[in-house]
Design a protein around this ligand. Structure first.
Ligand SMILES: Nc1ncnc2c1ncn2[C@@H]1O[C@H](COP(=O)(O)OP(=O)(O)OP(=O)(O)O)[C@@H](O)[C@H]1O
Ligand SMILES: [Mg+2]
Length: 318
């Protein structure tokens, strides 16, 4: 049984027992895992919002989002993806689905929130953004109020909302990132990608959001390379930006990813035993364990309950 497998079993077992998981014995992988009590599934404080972002484009955000969503769902979480790559939405294409309705229909008042959720065969739900989504930015106050009200209805429906953002430091992406409980920044070992990841961390550090940032290095050739890249980013962020970025793991460069993209099937489904899939499972186990801990939240619980998780997300439309 590999580490990911052990973590998964641990989550399942502990959830079944309704008690706190103990330290997994791997302090480096999950340093806080023994610190707090884990509430059971039903008593989780709120939906956890995780924004997946990157400086440079094409680093694997959407593939990461989709595949980690599927693994989180397998771990017993109710998972939804919000495709927030407003210009170049492609979560639906990667999943091989054809959502009938999207956020635009909701805003236009043509559909209710439940109508724009696409159920998938993978156990996860998807809200597609659609090509005309830019009109969301220009909502009238009334439209916005009604939109927020509708989106808030989702709060009891999912445990985790993964927001797949567009690359770079656009206002939209930053707003989603700032509003999330935490952001996962995806980079590759390429110097340009690293530079842009650092740029994103820098911009975020200059905001008042205080959003915790995690790092995932994608398309690595070896564990050593991943370790070296990770420590470099963490060190630079700490030394020059005074920001603590936490490592959430890495994903091997794996040709099965491209094959699965071409087949429009998630690689964790098409190639569950592949190197990339094993890495995703490991990260998902970590996210799942940490998801149940209120310590990752940006705001205290009282504030979260007052404002509502989805209201925070769509604040940027105001
Ligand atoms: N682990 C990996 N191994 C090999 N190739 C990968 C891996 N991850 C992603 N890729 C390749 O990178 C391409 C881009 O991935 P993806 O669309 O997920 O990136 P993205 O960051 O969402 O891009 P964008 O910024 O345009 O939204 C994929 O089509 C695939 O070919
Ligand atoms: Mg993408």
């Amino acid at each position: 049984m590999d580490q990911a497998e052990r973590l998964r079993e641990l989550v399942k077992a502990k959830r079944a027992e309704g008690e706190a998981p103990e330290n997994t014995g791997n302090a480096e992988q999950d340093p806080d895992s023994s610190e707090e009590e884990f509430p059971d599934h039903e008593s989780r404080p709120t939906t956890k919002v995780i924004a997946v972002a990157s400086g440079k484009g094409g680093v694997g955000k959407s593939n990461f989002t989709i595949n980690i969503a599927i693994e989180l769902s397998k771990l017993g979480n109710r998972v939804m993806i919000l495709d927030a790559d407003l210009g170049l939405a492609n979560v639906d294409i990667l999943l091989g689905i054809n959502p009938k309705y999207n956020l635009v229909h909701l805003v236009r008042g043509e559909k209710d929130i439940k109508d724009i959720i696409t159920e998938t065969e993978f156990g996860i739900k998807v809200i597609a953004s659609g090509s005309g989504v830019k009109e969301l930015v220009n909502l009238s106050n009334q439209q916005r109020a009604s939109f927020i009200e509708k989106i808030s209805e989702l709060e009891d429906m999912v445990d985790v909302l993964l927001v797949d953002t567009g690359a770079g430091i656009s206002k939209n992406t930053l707003s989603f990132l700032y509003a999330a409980d935490y952001g996962i920044i995806v980079t590759t070992p390429e110097p340009t990608s690293l530079m842009d990841a650092y740029g994103l961390i820098k911009v975020t550090s200059q905001s008042k959001s205080n959003v915790p940032l995690k790092l995932v290095v994608n398309m690595v050739n070896s564990r050593e390379e991943a370790k070296e890249i990770t420590s470099r980013v963490i060190l630079l962020a700490r030394r020059f930006l005074n920001v603590f970025v936490e490592s959430y793991g890495f994903i091997y460069r794996d040709k099965n990813v491209l094959t699965s993209v071409m087949a429009q099937k998630p690689f964790t489904v098409m190639f569950p035993g592949s190197k990339a899939s094993e890495c995703i499972k490991e990260i998902a186990a970590k996210v799942s364990l940490r998801m149940q801990k209120p310590s990752d939240a940006v705001m205290d619980e009282e504030t979260v309950q007052k404002r509502g998780v989805f209201k925070r997300i769509f604040d940027f439309f105001q």
